[in-house]
Design a binder for this molecule. Structure first.
Ligand code: PLZ
Length: 459
């Protein structure tokens, strides 16, 4: 828009919630109409307002509305949108060179990112890291490495899992619509085990970890044959599946089951990793030490970068030329990732994630006590969700209520996202740069929306 002054993004952006138009506003509606003629219908948007600026804990749209950000671009802008160290390092790299292809001419920032991930990853022994462009590509490569290192084809995944949209990762993903419907045939050698989902485990949360572990062992030993399985792949907290925190002890049992059978454990930390949950990696909460870890999203503060970090002897099993890609480990994205680690260290963001979690869990626990439609509150750090159910007591998922509450929040200037296999989960992923004041204001907007949509006085 020539001639129109645009607000600068970054941490200097006023940290306020402000709704000045209907949502989406007139300018966003114009752009949406334009989008319909340019972009296929298969590309949706959770909150279709077009963005002008973002930073700290807000997103400002082209109509001048300022939303409190409880989404972080799906767990990507964990250190904030245009955090200072990220923007500064990426901009400086843009002035030096944009690309050479690491497979043609290497550059040092790629090594610096790998060194950091190797140092931080809770993987036993010596480690190596390969950089890629996205979460799906990280998962694909982890499976390639696991197959190459073990000489086995099978991969075991879980109910409610999400691992990406490419052919293999879509096959690894559980939910049919919208991710798989019409897109088959799917990749072979994918087997699915029940997830230790405490709120929905048929015999109750106490027996969940042990029974789910037995089901996994049974699948491996009786149905697939353990020596046909290269890896078990699991999200330490499920993301798109609805922030399912596995029953305590389950991840440890999965690791044991794998170890006893020569099966590798791949932990998909694409959504939960990089300080999001109050640890650098979510699997650390359970003391689990996997063979391979995938990261992406929060790794480079919004620039596209993914990684597989793993035990050196597994990573080195793939011969030269077997891993890589044109853009993989792009130098601007690598500098951004170094900026992310710098922001996390200088601002103590791992601890900040824990504080944000304490505030959210305390508030939402109170809401659940007053409002029977809030069936479950769960999560760790700045990765927290509520599961909405019909109040009759049968825990019947209520996706309609989740959609209505999300819509009302959007109209009131709070960006929230839905999730879950049944679409009945509201998830909260604020950037760690959000202020307490905005966080608390956002939670009040949410409580009011839940109250209005369920006719319960929640104030
Ligand atoms: N593994 C655990 O959460 C991406 C998907 C958004 P990509 N989740 C957001 C959408 O609707 O496509 C994700 C994840 C986990 C892998 C991925 C895939 O990461 O960077 O989107 O490829």
């Amino acid at each position: 828009m020539p001639g129109v002054s645009r607000p600068a993004g970054g941490p200097g952006l006023p940290q306020v919630r402000r709704v000045v138009s209907e949502i989406p506003g007139p300018r966003s509606r114009e752009l949406l109409a334009r989008q319909r003629g340019l972009v296929p219908a298969g590309v949706g948007a959770a909150l279709p307002v077009f963005v002008e600026a973002a930073g700290g804990g807000v997103i400002v749209d082209v109509d001048g509305n300022s939303f409190i950000d409880f989404g972080s671009g799906i767990a990507v802008t964990t250190v904030g949108n245009s955090a200072r160290a990220v923007a500064k390092r990426a901009a400086a790299q843009l002035r030096r060179f944009t690309h050479t292809c690491f497979l043609v001419n290497p550059y040092e920032s790629y090594l610096d990112v790998c060194e950091k991930l190797n140092e931080l990853a809770p993987i036993p022994g010596e480690r190596r890291t390969v950089l890629v462009n996205s979460g799906a590509e990280a998962v694909e490569n982890a499976v390639k490495i696991a197959r190459s290192a073990t000489g086995r084809p099978g991969v075991v995944v879980f109910d409610h899992a999400f691992h990406g949209r490419t052919l293999l990762t879509m096959s690894l993903t559980a939910k049919n619509t919208p991710y798989k419907q019409g897109f088959g045939p799917f990749a072979p050698e994918v087997h699915r085990a029940p997830m230790a989902y405490p709120y929905r485990w048929p015999t109750g949360p106490e027996r969940c970890a042990e029974e789910a572990a037995s089901a996994l062992a049974d699948l491996l030993d009786r149905q697939v044959g353990a020596d046909n399985v290269a890896a078990v792949l699991i999200e330490p907290i499920q993301g798109e599946g609805g922030f399912v925190v596995p029953a305590p002890g389950f991840l440890g049992r999965v690791a044991e089951i794998c170890r006893g059978r020569g099966i590798l454990l791949i932990v998909d930390e694409v959504q939960s990793g990089i300080a999001r949950t109050g640890r650098m990696f979510a699997c650390e909460h359970e003391g689990v030490r996997p063979d391979l870890i995938t990261t992406a999203k929060g790794l480079a503060g919004g620039l596209p970068l993914g990684a597989v970090t793993g035990r050196a002897e597994l990573m080195d099993a793939v011969p030269a030329g077997g891993l890589g890609g044109t853009f993989s480990g792009n130098p601007v994205a690598c500098e951004a990732a170094l900026g992310v680690f710098e922001e996390i260290e200088t601002h103590g963001l791992v601890d900040r994630a824990r504080e944000i979690g304490d505030i959210m869990l305390a508030f939402l626990g109170g809401l659940a006590r007053r409002c029977p439609a809030v069936g479950d509150v769960r999560g760790r750090g700045a990765m927290v969700a509520v599961e909405l159910v019909e109040p009759a007591g049968d825990r019947l998922p209520d996706p309609g209520l989740a959609a209505r509450v999300a819509r009302r929040c959007h109209e009131d200037g709070l960006l929230v996202l839905t999730a879950g296999s049944y679409g009945n989960v509201l998830r909260f992923l604020p950037p760690l740069s959000i202020t307490d004041a905005l966080l608390e204001e956002g939670l009040s907007v949410l409580a009011e929306a839940v109250g209005k949509e369920t006719d319960v006085a929640v104030a």
